[in-house]
Design a protein around this ligand. Structure first.
Ligand code: ADP
Length: 257
């Protein structure tokens, strides 16, 4: 129980820190963007316009990043909607392959009748990218990343501990180094990393875990040293009732920008 409390306090502190920093950055970047737009209107030289446009693009990307940090820090800022997980992964294809490098093969396996999940597509994309980068780090000599999903109907007493209902099991499996029992047990803790200073933040899996729990789903890890790791994200299916219930959440607590 003390462990759980400690864990909850760490997450709370992390949320406050992230939220505070993201909020300040968001304000600063908005001011920078405003000034750039003003300057842009007074310029006619093409080369200077290009430079300003690059700066605007960079600052805009910064804004969308800080908003993602804000949505991590505050649960209610999830933008829930029905998400076709197979389409989301397909659209990430190039980004994933570029992040993984030439030594890692991506295999996907989605059934034609895959249901849509109730999720925040931006967060889910960030989660998949996080897991892919972890997989890459575990496969320095190359290997295979398998991304697949299936429809699952859960009855009571299921191994996930999830309540009865319809879910999508998104699974991301690598053929990398795997984790020993100790590492596996701590992997989702915030700030736990085996990657060394300046390399790992130890926040990837804890963020994915937080997202899954917020959505009413689960994050499950299975790993074998020398064989690889399978990460499962269980997401509730976007039934009409569930989406109706979830859909009013973000509207009520719209994000401050
Ligand atoms: P980070 O990647 O910054 O270390 P994470 O929270 O994403 O933070 O991961 C925590 C730790 O869990 C990693 O440092 C690594 O030891 C282990 N881990 C995560 N994903 C994998 C994987 N696919 N294969 C092997 N180990 C992993």
């Amino acid at each position: 129980a003390r462990e759980a409390l400690f864990q909850a306090q760490k997450i709370e502190a992390l949320g406050q820190l992230t939220g505070g920093v993201a909020h300040d950055f968001n304000n600063l970047l908005t001011a920078v963007l405003g000034s750039l737009e003003l300057v842009r209107r007074q310029i006619s030289d093409e080369r200077q316009l290009n430079l300003i446009d690059n700066a605007i693009k960079g600052a805009s990307r910064g804004v969308s990043l800080t908003q993602r940090m804000l949505s991590f820090a505050r649960k209610q800022e999830l933008a829930l909607q029905p998400v076709a997980v197979d389409v989301l992964v397909a659209e990430m294809g190039d980004l994933l392959q570029r992040s993984l490098g030439p030594l890692i093969r991506i295999e996907t396996d989605f059934p034609a009748d895959l249901a849509t999940a109730a999720a925040d597509p931006n967060q889910l994309e960030a989660a998949v990218l996080n897991l892919a980068v972890n997989a890459r780090d575990a496969m320095p000599e190359g290997g295979t990343l398998r991304i697949g999903a299936s429809n699952e109907a859960i009855c009571s007493g299921h191994r996930t501990g999830l309540p009865k209902g319809d879910y999508i099991r998104l699974s991301i499996a690598d053929t990398g180094s795997g984790m020993d029992a100790r590492t596996l047990a701590q992997a989702t803790e915030p700030f736990f990393t085996t990657k060394g200073v300046g390399k790992g933040t130890g926040l990837g899996l804890s963020m994915v875990h937080g997202m899954a729990e917020q959505l009413g789903g689960r994050l499950l890890l299975d790993s074998r040293v020398g064989q690889g790791t399978t990460v499962e994200i269980w997401l509730p299916v976007a039934t009409t009732a569930a989406t109706a219930e979830l859909a009013h959440l973000p509207a009520e607590t719209k994000m401050e920008t």
